[in-house]
Design a protein around this ligand. Structure first.
Ligand SMILES: Cc1ncc(COP(=O)(O)O)c(C=O)c1O
Length: 204
């Protein structure tokens, strides 16, 4: 389900109209997960400078920055554009990013520079519930390139291993063991939620 809420019908002006009724638009599409061949072998991504504004935590329909950044990877036959601001990992054009180093899952902390994705939260919840080491910290470009594993996460990509970055292999160029564990946990969780018809926390 995709919800878009706009300010409503009013004379064109940047300032918020005082008496407009918000327009609520909802569209639904079947959620198509990535093909199993891609999950099995992993995907390619490229990198770019994160040139978006400084309130990337706001989920907005003004997506021009993300759209232009995503187009870079589309034209390079890659699934995502992974972004760095001042040499630090932020997220990707339409997903959050995790690395694994020495068995520890790592991701940038939630702040105004990233969208706090629902899938990011699910991954964090699953890692905690299953005692997988997890750390939130600033991650440099060199750490991303030298990671054992690199993942992107979003509602449509679920959790997907990136095995090639800017044409170079990540780790041993195959989805790694921590990815495979998290992917399984995510699929089991999804089945449970779908069967129960409601969202229950997996940890306190
Ligand atoms: C910029 C950005 N970051 C992260 C995400 C992941 O969010 P979610 O896991 O809620 O799909 C999205 C999804 O659209 C996104 O556009």
């Amino acid at each position: 389900m995709y919800f878009q809420v706009t300010r409503g019908v009013a004379k064109r002006d940047h300032a918020f109209p005082k008496h407009a009724e918000p327009t609520v638009f909802i569209m639904s599409n079947p959620l198509v997960p990535p093909p199993s061949a891609q999950v099995e072998s992993g995907a390619a991504a490229i990198t770019a400078h994160d040139n978006r504004w400084l309130r990337c935590d706001i989920k907005s329909i003004s997506l021009i920055g993300n759209v232009l950044l995503r187009q870079l990877s589309a034209e390079a036959d890659a699934v995502e554009t992974i972004l760095f601001r001042d040499g630090k990992l932020t997220e990707a054009s339409a997903s959050n990013v995790f690395i694994v180093k020495g068995g520890v899952i790592q991701s940038p902390p939630k702040n105004e520079l990233i969208l706090p994705g629902i899938t990011y939260d699910v991954i964090v919840e699953l890692a905690r519930a299953h005692a997988l080491p997890l750390e939130f910290r600033e991650i440099t470009q060199a750490e991303v390139r030298g990671a054992d594993e690199l993942w992107v996460s979003s509602s449509s990509k679920e959790v997907l291993a990136i095995v090639q970055l800017d044409g170079r292999p990540v780790g041993d160029a195959r989805p790694g063991p921590v990815f495979r564990r998290m992917y399984r946990l995510y699929q089991d969780f999804k089945q449970q939620v779908m069967r129960a018809g409601r969202r229950e926390r997996v940890s306190a």
